[in-house]
Every structure is written in C-alpha cells, then in structure tokens.
Design a protein around this ligand. Structure first.
Ligand code: SF4
Ligand code: FES
Length: 244
C-alpha cells in the first residue's frame, strides 16, 4: 500500500490515501463540503464549482470534488472567499434557471443568504417542455447543465449515448442528435437520467401529468406504451367478438 498523505482541513489533521479527493478526505472527518453537479455514482467533472475550497498557496479556488489531496496541504472550506464564491454561483443560477423544482439548491440559497434577484438584467434560459414519449418529459428551462444525465446515459451506466451537449455558450443545452424526438434515438427509456437529475428538468411523465391536474384515467391513456395500447385493443376486440 502507498504511504498515506497528511493535510489539514479547517485546522483538522486528516490522513488519507493518495488519490483521495478533498471532498472525500473532508467527509472522512465530518466536514461536509456542499456540492451540486457531483453525484456519487457519476464521474466528477467539476462543472458547477459550488464545492470550491481555499488551498493555501493556490491562486484560484479549487473544486473539492475533483482536486486530489497532497502532503501538507492546508485547506479552508468556509473562508469568506469560499462563501462569497458559492453565494455568487447560487445567485447566477437563480438569475438564469428555473429552480422551482430544485429543493436542494433552494436550501443552499437560504443557507448562503444568496440574493436570487442580484442580477435583474440576466437573461433566463427558457425552453419549451419537450413531451415526445410516454415515459418522461424534458424541461430544459430547469436544467443547470450538471451533465449527470449525459454521463449515466453513456459510460457511467447505460452505454446508450442518446443525449449529449448541444449548442455553444449561452445556447448550450442537453439534446439528442439532430434534435430527434426521444423515440427516434437510441434511448431505451431506462429512466437512469431521470433518477440522477437534481432539478426536475427530467421528470417521469406520470408525475408531470399529475402536477398538471390530469385524472388517473387520462394519465394512464397518455402514458401507455404502444405495445400495451395494442395489447389492450386486441383484448377488447376479443372481448367484443366473444360477446363479452
Ligand atoms: S437535465 Fe438534469 S441531469 Fe441533465 S444536465 Fe440538466 S439538470 Fe443535469
Ligand atoms: S460539485 Fe464540484 S464542481 Fe460541482
């Protein structure tokens, strides 16, 4: 086994194996560094920067979800600079994305006393709800581009590659090849993307229809797959033929 590494996090001495991230090293001594894009079962790509910490000697703040520990490091997870950076990230998210279905981010907004109206001139990223299949809807007005859905659809889980980033800069969005509807892509409707989405941008269609106040019968008819619909038609035809 390789020699372990010692560092201090918020004044606490931590010893961990080389290759450990700051996030995990801190968690091992009970220091909780907040995250948004990070998910335990997805590859970390440090996209949101909410987990930044201050490392002595480093010019920039460091994303704890990907930064590896090193010998003698001195890390602060709650300095003024760190808290200001996290607050600003929340304020920028609130200014541009619909966070109404993101309870965890809303809790952070309260905790960090972020001003959701700090950037009143910011342009909201608004897109129509994409409702093109019986299993789930895509509401990219709520998407924070955390990339979890793309990763579970690819090498992190499913190897299906139905979705990826499209567009550039402000226009960046998650989408399908040539903006095809989901049933025309390689999507197998496993639901893993819906499971890891932290913001309600991907949502089970039945839940979404319930929120629109549709009745259970309406919901069932709108979410029945083609195969089930045919099976149901066949059985009702058989029922009529037999006089049932
Ligand atoms: S749809 Fe959800 S999981 Fe996918 S990038 Fe957007 S917020 Fe993340
Ligand atoms: S949680 Fe580390 S960059 Fe998003």
């Amino acid at each position: 086994m390789t020699d372990s590494i010692s560092l201090t996090i918020d004044g606490i001495t931590v010893t961990a194996q080389p290759g450990t991230t700051l996030l995990k090293a801190a968690a091992a001594v009970g220091i909780d560094i907040p995250t948004i894009c990070f998910h335990d079962y997805c590859t970390a790509n440090a996209l949101c920067r909410f987990c930044v910490v201050e490392v002595e000697g480093s010019r920039t703040l460091v994303p704890a979800c990907v930064a590896k520990i090193s010998e003698g490091m001195k890390v602060k997870t709650q300095s003024d600079r760190v808290l200001r950076a996290r607050r600003t990230i929340l304020e920028m998210l609130a200014a541009t994305v619909d966070l109404s279905d993101s309870p965890e981010i809303q809790a952070y907004i309260s905790e960090y006393t972020a001003q959701a109206e700090r950037f009143p001139g910011a342009e909201q990223r608004v897109s129509p709800v994409l409702d093109d299949n019986p299993m789930y809807i895509r509401d990219y007005s709520k998407c924070i581009l955390c990339w979890r859905c793309v990763q579970v659809c690819a090498e992190d889980a499913q190897y299906t590659y139905a979705i990826n980033f499209t567009g550039r800069g402000f226009e960046t969005q998650i989408g399908t090849f040539f903006a095809k509807p989901m049933p025309e892509t390689t999507c197998v409707f496993c639901g893993q993307c819906v499971g890891v989405c932290p913001t309600g941008a991907l949502k089970a269609k039945r839940q979404w229809l319930l929120e629109q106040s549709l009745t259970p019968d309406e919901i069932m008819s709108l979410t029945r797959t083609e195969r089930r619909r045919k099976r149901r038609e066949v059985s009702s035809e058989q029922g009529s033929a037999s006089g049932g």
